[in-house]
Design a protein around this ligand. Structure first.
Ligand code: GLA
Length: 445
């Protein structure tokens, strides 16, 4: 097992002292996957990020200095009381996304049963933006026609519309960003009927460098916070309820200050890819961040890749289970209009979704053994996930002691992927999860 176990080399590495990707990079090689078709080369952004990864340290000090600048508002407290669920165009369509794709996604969310399983946000990522008109009003590009009509269509299906912008002058893909037009853009989004904004740092990193060529980490964090707070205030000024999703890849320990700038969710890592290594590196590196999540404010380890074809079904079950244990936003990233039955059964496993959406709102964590993760649920129940990191080898049995999960005495158990009662467990539970896969239980007394 050890030879192919990519994740347990330093299972007790602390989480919150450096950003997640940096943490991962300490232990295993960095990702070298070729970008997916249609996704830009990320070298410029990565270069910029590498600088900030190196320089943005001691964030607690900076945070302490800067917190008083920001007043938390009611907006963040009343939204996203459970992790947001929906779909986002990026992982499958990248910036080729069209209005027809978005309408098809909304149709499929209803027809497939996803809406009824809890997926409500239909989020357009990068690539919808056109030019500004002579008054500076942002216009959609030729792939999108009438954003207000699109929002109306999505709302008519009982769904909500999400959109994407950047605090920089350009988005990561080079489209128009909101820099200098924050209130104007927020007003436009509200007028169209937008319900969710993903705000992606992108070229704002260039502004940060321009303002501070010496790139002092504290100044970098202060500038990011100010940029996110500016849009937060702009959203509040619209008087429309808009979920605010911060996307700055976890730089500067955003989980420590995300709520203060109105964030309902914040990315904790760089972009996910549709392969096991990327998904596992991101997902299993979230240990230690649980203190920062709760109703209204969630850690976001990036979107789901389930159904995109780069992983085996067991590996996609791992993503669904791990994201649920993490109380992560569940934003599907596949082509919903072309889902096979396996994909549907993973994305719409209502018992696993219930773990993610549990109203206690506590993010789970790993136990000492790195493959075993536990999430507290309402009423004293717990979700237990036992993962098998090995993807190319014989699976091995793993044993969990119930006392380590926090139970004394015997417990009731239900298998959330087999959808069956396991009866009463005494003292311990031994199981052999499939390669790359997971066994997930609900336990209660
Ligand atoms: C960044 C984000 C991605 C996606 C792209 C769009 O890389 O992290 O999730 O939004 O930008 O350009």
């Amino acid at each position: 097992m050890a030879a192919s176990n990519i994740l347990n080399k330093n299972p007790s590495a602390p989480c919150c002292q450096v950003d997640a990707q940096e943490r991962i990079g300490e232990n295993i090689p960095r990702l070298t996957d070729a970008p997916r078709k249609g996704v830009r080369s990320r070298s410029k952004k990565e270069q910029a990020m590498n600088f900030y990864r190196l320089s943005v340290v001691c964030t607690s000090i900076a945070t302490a200095l800067i917190f008083p600048m920001f007043a938390a508002t009611a907006q963040s407290g009343t939204l996203a009381t459970t992790p947001p669920m929906g779909w986002n165009s990026w992982n499958h369509f990248a910036d080729k996304v069209t209005e027809a794709d978005v309408r098809a996604a909304a149709d499929a969310m209803v027809a497939s049963g996803m809406r009824d399983a809890g997926y409500v946000y239909v989020n357009i990522d990068d690539g919808w933006q056109g030019r500004r008109d002579s008054h500076g009003n942002i216009q959609p590009n030729s792939k999108f026609h009438d954003m207000k009509a699109l929002a109306g269509y999505i709302h008519s299906k009982g769904l909500k519309l999400g959109i994407y912008s950047s605090p920089g002058p350009k988005t990561c893909e080079g489209y128009e960003g909101s820099y200098g037009h924050e209130q104007q853009d927020a007003n436009a989004f509200a007028k169209w009927g937008v319900d969710f904004l993903k705000y992606d740092l992108c070229s704002y990193m260039d502004i940060m460098k321009l303002h501070d060529p010496h790139q002092d980490p504290r100044k970098a964090i202060a500038m990011m916070q100010a940029a996110y707070e500016k849009m937060h205030q702009a959203l509040i000024n619209t008087h429309r309820t808009i979920v605010y999703s911060l996307c700055e890849y976890g730089v500067g320990s955003v989980w420590e200050w995300g709520p203060k700038v109105g964030g309902n969710l914040w990315r904790t890592t760089d972009d996910i890819r549709d392969n096991y290594r990327s998904m596992a590196l991101i997902g299993f590196s979230q240990a230690g961040l649980e203190a920062f999540a709760g109703p209204g404010h969630w850690n976001d380890p990036d979107m789901l890749e389930i159904g995109n074809g780069g992983m085996k079904a067991n590996e996609y079950r791992t993503q669904m289970s791990l994201w649920a244990i993490l109380a992560a936003p569940l934003l599907a990233g596949n082509d919903l209009s072309k889902m096979d039955e396996t994909t549907k059964s993973i994305l719409m496993n209502k018992e696993v979704i219930a773990v993610d959406q549990d109203s206690l709102g506590v993010q789970g964590n790993r136990l000492g053994p790195p493959q075993i993760w536990v999430k507290p649920l309402t009423g004293g129940a717990k979700a237990l996930a036992i993962f098998n990191y090995v993807t190319d080898d014989e699976a091995e049995p793993l044993t969990v002691q119930l006392k380590d999960v926090g139970f004394s005495g015997s417990v009731h158990a239900r298998d959330l992927w087999a959808h069956k009662e396991l009866g009463i467990l005494h003292d311990s539970y031994t199981v052999t999860p499939p390669p790359g896969g997971v066994v997930m239980l609900r336990l209660w007394q």
